[in-house]
Design a protein around this ligand. Structure first.
Ligand SMILES: CC(=O)N[C@H]1[C@@H](OP(=O)(O)OP(=O)(O)OC[C@H]2O[C@@H](n3ccc(=O)[nH]c3=O)[C@H](O)[C@@H]2O)O[C@H](CO)[C@@H](O)[C@@H]1O
Length: 361
């Protein structure tokens, strides 16, 4: 089987694609080609994962009318042409898009070439690209029931997010905390602002952490690559035995297996991992995303009792510290753990694979 996958920009679109590739590889003789952009995180993550990578040049549409959008249309048409060339050369049996604007021209070109197509939507509210592609593709796999209403009924199928399967199946390295310089003795909080980091979360952490000295928990603090230098300079000797800052974690599922509580943005792929593993969380949705979809992602978990919400405008040293202390009490930790597990879809990769097979038959 030959599979062309496209998706990117941020980790939330890339890791589901990689998880699906890993699952398909286990079950089938398969060859893969990943198409992304040179500027997205996929340009480094995908080749590192040993998967053949090619790129198209494309940018996202601005919401407001602008001359830049005219250029984007021209780039889109050019990217469709490039994608068509990749499709003619690789001859995929199926083309799968996992979101981010890069999969627009790729999946569109595939559909026009008569190749079977599936898009995977991670969020509770779909992004522009998947809404655009909905009319051209054969199947639309969603991860939240809330997303179903935005798409043609006959094409939609609920599969969850395949990264959940990868997280649930991981055995873990057993040394993820040790690798960042922490022990396995204390309750551990992971703080992470999505795949690119989040300045407001960083600001709250930097103002709160001096008061965490006497607490009986430790912290892995993932700043995001672009913020790391500045934070490392601010932290200097203040980094303690109980707080370690790192720019990025390559093997997140292994780390997740060794922590008790997660403070995070509410990116859909992160939520799929947390629920697959049954991890309690404090979610600070980004208000800067299309249709406020992170808030709706978070709400789906908070309403089930699987997570606690702090809106960004209420995030400060006090609210963060208090939420962490409460999240770590035995009773809350157990309850959120149970509710998170109930919300998880660890069988997602198999569900999506089933849909792929149906389409190929
Ligand atoms: C600003 C923005 O548009 N964000 C979107 C983007 O977020 P973003 O890329 O931040 O997405 P998620 O939080 O969903 O996923 C992040 C992924 O990166 C991994 N990770 C993160 C940090 C790290 O150090 N190492 C690592 O491997 C996580 O384990 C996870 O697999 O895609 C998500 C999924 O469509 C959306 O819900 C988000 O709203």
């Amino acid at each position: 089987m030959k599979v062309l996958i496209s998706g990117g920009g941020t980790g939330g679109h890339i890791y589901p694609a990689l998880a699906l590739i890993r699952h398909l590889e286990k079950e089938h003789e398969a060859e893969f080609l990943y198409v992304g952009t040179e500027k997205g995180l996929e340009a480094s993550i995908v080749p590192k994962a040993g998967i053949k990578f090619k790129s198209v040049h494309i940018t996202g549409f601005r919401r407001k009318l602008s001359a830049e959008n005219v250029k984007t249309v021209l780039r889109f048409l050019k990217a469709v042409k490039t994608a068509r060339k990749y499709i003619e050369e690789f001859k995929p049996d199926i083309v799968i898009g996992t979101g981010g604007y890069v999969c627009g021209p790729v999946v569109y070109a595939a559909s026009k070439a008569g190749v079977p197509t599936i898009i995977h939507e991670q969020n509770s509210v779909p992004g522009l690209t998947n809404k655009f592609l909905a009319r051209y593709v054969d199947k639309i796999a969603v991860s939240f029931n809330e997303a179903e209403n935005y798409f043609p009924k006959e094409k939609v199928v609920f599969t969850g997010n395949p990264r959940a399967s990868e997280a649930a199946e991981t055995k873990g390295s057993g040394g993820a905390l040790k690798a960042v310089g922490l022990s396995n003795e204390l309750p551990t909080v992971l703080i992470v602002g999505g795949s690119r980091g989040a300045r407001p979360i960083n600001e709250a952490v930097m103002s709160a952490f001096p008061s965490w000295d006497g607490q009986d928990f430790q912290v892995v603090y993932v700043t995001g690559e672009v913020h790391y230098e500045e934070i490392a300079a601010d932290l200097k000797e203040k980094e303690t035995e109980k707080l370690k800052a790192v720019p990025y974690i390559d093997d997140m599922p292994s780390l997740l297996k060794e922590v008790n509580l997660v403070v995070a943005r509410a990116g859909a792929t992160t939520l799929a991992e947390l629920t697959a593993l049954g991890l309690p969380s404090i979610l600070v949705p980004s208000p800067y995303v299309t249709n406020n979809h992170q808030f709706k992602n978070a709400k789906a978990l908070v309403d089930k009792g699987a997570a606690v919400l702090i809106e960004e405008n209420s995030l400060n040293a006090e609210s963060l510290t208090q939420a962490i202390q409460q999240g770590l009490t035995a009773e809350n930790e157990q309850l959120m753990k149970k509710k998170a597990l109930e919300a998880g879809v660890p069988e997602s990769a198999a569900l999506l694979t089933k849909e792929i097979k149906k389409l190929l038959n």
